[in-house]
Design a protein around this ligand. Sequence first.
Ligand code: PEP
Length: 257
Amino acid sequence: MRHPVVMGNWKLNGSKEMVSDLLKGLNAELEGVEGVDVAVAPPALYIDLAEREIAAGGNKIILGAQNTDLNNSGAFTGDMSPAMLKDFGASHIIIGHSERREYHAESDEFVAKKFAFLKENGLTPVLCIGESEAQNEAGETEAVCARQIDAVINTQGVEALEGAIIAYEPIWAIGTGKAATAEDAQRIHASIRAHIAAKSEEVANKVVIQYGGSVKPENAEAYFAQPDIDGALVGGAALDAKSFAAIAKAAATAKKA
Ligand code: PEP
């Protein structure tokens, strides 16, 4: 049985006040909630403050980050390493988000190297995959997702996916309010799992596959009712404690049932 994971990607949003208020709110909202792992990925500058707020709330929330470098130290101006992330208690690290693939020209191969380096450092990669609107309309969704996962499998073996998280995020659904239907998302999740199962059924059965793309409290339950949707990567709705906690609670309830 897979344990659901709901993660908030705060992107480039925050201030000291906002980080404190949001985490204080989440600490309160998540009191007594069991059966779901809840993680947040604040902007790098606020990870220190987030670690302290999460600790003050009894460490109910997993700390994450939105990126990593491929080195642990050295002459790499502007970068942030797995060792530094670990130093602040961050464990779940988003890689391959479509915004980084697009605005920073990150290739499948580059993302796969980040995946390997996170694993080497004992961190949990949250590997984002997903197709563009044009690829979706051309019927290429499954092939795009398979190619993005194969960049990891072909370089590190299918076992590398053990303990990692895959986030299926159709690019056209991110931040647009145009969410995939729960049925369509389930179909793609099942195809991703089948693709992994062709290499290892054991790994496929264990790997957590989140859906991401305009998940809100109003549509969350329908996603989590699907057998292959094991949680969510949430952008906009993660910036509000009540909304994000409602999504986490929906996952806990649905997966307990
Ligand atoms: C995201 O940025 O990963 C995301 C899914 O954003 P949103 O929930 O706002 O669509």
